[in-house]
Design a protein around this ligand. Structure first.
Ligand SMILES: Nc1nc2c(c(=O)[nH]1)N[C@H]1C(S)=C(S)[C@@H](COP(=O)(O)O)O[C@H]1N2
Ligand SMILES: [Mo]
Length: 301
């Protein structure tokens, strides 16, 4: 759905009405406009939950390249050079190569997606991203038959990413998705938040967002995307395989070995905000549960 200035978070229309219109359009897009049943309307991609503020989203971050605290990335990421930026497309694709960012994105539709975001540490936010569907990019570069996974890599530049200098963390940060997960319409490459370029601390200029998975899957500052036929290594799995699986689907029924995943702390909830129950697949089960039919989510955690 293309960007329409009158249909976004900033709209003066009462929120319930504008979300309804959005969902109708998303449903129409899904079904080619043929059948507007109640089910289709529920399949809108954006949540109508109130988004966190830009201040909250850009001041409480996980980005170990800029330190282990939640506050350091907002300050230390400002020195990162994000222009020029290029992304290497490699592996089982028809059009491999180094693409400048503008080139990579040209022809793809940037749209708003208001998604719930759930960190494995059991805090959560609601973020109004701008981005494009990863499937569009993959179609553009031509995925070859036999490819089964997509691997992603973050920039390695210790001069500008102080956390990468020394230490034991295995940089560059790497992540991966199964091809069907990567092709899912909920999976986006984000380029902005609240209609502004992505803040550096949030992964500028390009980061992955997979809203039904724990936040660590949503790798920041991507410089390489590789199509492969083997499950790629992922940073948190390398660090602690018993704590962080490849799939990392949000699941209140599978606890982290050191803490419960049954509930979460919404950021910005205030002193009396309290916790809320975590929902399987972060509430996106209607759209994504079928990807995991026949899999044991306790084994494939
Ligand atoms: N390169 C890189 N990507 C990363 C991380 C990181 O440390 N380095 N942290 C991950 C984790 S654990 C989370 S919860 C999200 C946080 O995204 P946010 O800061 O935009 O909320 O980024 C993910 N992507
Ligand atoms: Mo996280």
């Amino acid at each position: 759905m293309p960007f329409k200035p009158d249909q976004r978070w900033s709209d003066v229309t009462p929120r319930s009405q504008f979300m309804n219109r959005r969902q109708i359009m998303a449903g129409a897009a899904l079904l080619g406009g043929s059948l507007l049943g109640g089910r289709a309307m529920a399949a809108g991609y954006s949540t109508d939950e109130p988004p966190n503020t830009l201040e909250e989203i850009s001041s409480y971050n996980n980005y170990y390249e800029f330190g282990y605290s939640k506050e350091e990335p907002a300050e230390k990421a400002q020195g990162l050079t994000i222009d020029p930026w290029s992304v290497e497309i490699a592996g089982m694709v028809d059009k491999p190569g180094n693409y400048g960012l503008a080139d990579l994105i040209s022809g793809l539709t940037i749209e708003e997606r208001i998604y719930r975001f759930r960190c494995v540490e059991a805090w959560s936010m609601v973020v109004p991203w701008q981005g494009f569907e990863l499937s569009g990019l993959l179609a553009k570069v031509g995925v070859q038959s036999g490819a089964k996974f997509v691997a992603f890599e973050t920039l390695f530049r210790p001069e500008e990413m102080p956390g990468q200098d020394g230490g034991t963390f295995p940089y560059p940060y790497v992540e991966g998705l199964r091809l069907d997960e990567a092709m899912h319409p909920l999976t986006i490459m984000a380029t902005g938040i609240y209609d502004q370029p992505l803040p550096k601390q949030n992964g500028a200029p390009l980061r992955l967002v997979v809203p039904w998975k724990y936040g660590f899957k949503s790798i920041k500052a991507i410089v390489k995307i590789t199509l492969t036929d083997v499950m790629p290594p992922t940073t948190w799995n390398i660090l602690a395989a018993n704590e962080y699986g490849f799939y990392a689907n949000v699941n209140p029924g599978v606890d982290h070995p050191r803490w419960s995943q049954a509930s979460e702390r919404p950021i910005g909830g205030g002193l009396f905000g309290g916790r809320k129950d975590t929902v399987l697949f972060n509430g996106y089960g209607d759209q994504v549960a079928n990807l995991y039919a026949g899999q044991d989510l306790r084994v494939d955690f």
